[in-house]
Design a protein around this ligand. Structure first.
Ligand SMILES: Nc1ncnc2c1ncn2[C@@H]1O[C@H](COP(=O)(O)OP(=O)(O)O)[C@@H](O)[C@H]1O
Ligand SMILES: [Mg+2]
Length: 423
């Protein structure tokens, strides 16, 4: 059996990571400021399977490798994935303990002496150790937790960055990166923003702002997070991760093909990659199936046709049968969904009418919404498909019509540029 480097359910290894250059460069630029004591934190959000975890793991790697082309960063960093129902205190405590794995023993000993109760038996522990009862108990508790975290972080910053205990060059650090993934699972999300703001600004005032938090969640998580404390928006940049442009999607497949040491036809790749909608989960799934169906170590059009039908069947098993009629006759509902799938972004009602050529789309919208096939964005009243995975499954269904019958040709060309222009 040949080696299949594609896997939609695991995290892509660094050498097969593709695209996302803009995001990476933007974050490296911010990390270069962190190196100079200017704190910089991020909230990375976007739907499931869009590539948040993959990007965050790559960023962690870049922050540690000291690559002169990538900001020459030598951060102390931790990566923590929140489990359902954990509190922010537990999560931060665990993140700090993960950091200690990288801290040299000599520095740990020095810190231990200074931190007392907060650092016992080689572990940080935070919490409200002694609190008198009173009116502002909750508030006092939050302040105390924040102060404990600041105290631990200032000790770490002091002993590995500002006045490193170790004389070994490789053990000196220039910043701290704390990554928290699946922050949507935190039980007390409403308290988080204020806590992070408190930590960041206090360290900054102490001239110890060598810190970056990278928080990861969904669109709704972001809203709930900032609802807890809107002033924290100034300290935490929101970055939305969207689908990949077609050239980056191609790059994902090409890297995998090279890794598997097989050849491919570039024209077939360019033509068919659009079926993934640039959604990383679907690209991986398609790549996986392409390698499964290929028999001669060369990916050609026949492999694509087979892989697309396999991918489509797998996706349609995911409950999408209720959201789109994949087998029966197409109605106005499907036409609307087709337009949204090809567009790949939110459209106004008028735009939908123009492309799907049905005058009265209004009779279909309430039911599409009720079934969950579409969402209506409250800010703009524009309409968007339920998810990227759903979009891929529609694209796979209609791609033959798009190429064969010029179905939705104008919209397709508008959205996918030069691809498939031969007519
Ligand atoms: N830039 C990328 N290059 C290659 N594969 C990627 C990239 N981004 C994501 N993937 C792959 O897509 C799938 C979904 O990505 P993941 O990071 O788990 O999404 P999320 O964390 O947003 O749910 C994973 O298999 C992942 O390895
Ligand atoms: Mg993830």
């Amino acid at each position: 059996m040949k080696y299949n480097p594609f896997n939609p359910n695991s995290i892509v290894p660094t050498n097969l990571f593709a695209g996302r250059k803009e995001y990476i460069l933007r974050i490296i630029r911010k990390f270069e400021q962190v190196k100079r004591g200017m704190p910089s934190s991020f909230f990375l959000f976007g739907e499931r399977g869009i590539g948040k975890t993959a990007l965050a793991k790559l960023i962690k790697h870049i922050s540690e490798v000291k690559d002169p082309l990538l900001g020459n960063l030598n951060f102390l960093s931790s990566y923590y994935t929140v489990e359902k129902g954990q509190s922010i205190n537990d999560v931060l405590q665990a993140s700090l303990n993960e950091l200690t794995d990288e801290i040299p023993q000599t520095a740990i000993e020095v810190m231990g002496k200074k931190l007392g109760k907060l650092f016992e038996k080689g572990k940080f522990s935070i919490g409200a150790f002694s609190l008198s009862y009173g009116q502002n108990r909750e508030e006092m508790k939050s302040t105390m937790i924040r102060d404990q975290l600041v105290s631990i972080l200032s000790n770490i910053i002091d002993s590995v960055i500002l006045s490193p205990v170790s004389t070994e060059e490789r053990e000196k650090k220039d910043g701290i990166l704390i990554i928290i993934d699946e922050i949507n699972n935190i039980s007390d999300l409403d308290k988080c923003a204020q806590l992070f703001r408190g930590i960041i600004t206090t360290l900054d005032v102490k001239e110890m702002g060598y810190i970056s938090f990278l928080l990861i969640g969904y669109d709704t998580t972001l809203k709930d997070f900032f609802k807890g404390d809107s002033s924290s928006r100034r300290h935490i940049d929101s970055n939305k991760l969207g689908v990949m442009p077609i050239n980056e999607a191609e790059e994902v497949l090409i890297k995998g093909f090279k890794e598997a040491e097989i050849t491919w036809n570039n024209e077939d790749l360019k033509k068919n990659i659009v079926a993934t909608g640039g959604y990383p989960h679907s690209i991986q799934l398609m790549g996986h199936n392409l390698l499964e169906v290929d028999k001669d170590d060369n990916i050609d059009d026949k492999d694509w046709i087979e892989a697309m039908s396999r991918t489509a069947i797998e996706l349609q098993k995911k409950d999408f049968a209720d959201l789109y009629n994949f087998n029966g006759k197409q109605s106005g509902r499907e036409k609307i969904l087709d337009v949204l799938a090809v567009a790949g972004k939110a459209l106004t009602k008028q735009e939908i009418i123009n492309y799907c050529q049905i005058k009265n789309i209004y009779q279909y919208l309430p039911e599409l919404k009720k079934r969950g096939s579409i969402k209506i964005l409250p800010e703009t009243d524009k309409i968007i498909l339920h998810s990227q995975l759903f979009r891929t499954s529609i694209l796979l269904k209609i791609i033959p019509k798009i190429f064969g019958e010029n179905y939705l040709r104008d919209l397709f060309h508008k959205e996918f540029g030069k691809q498939g222009k031969e007519d």
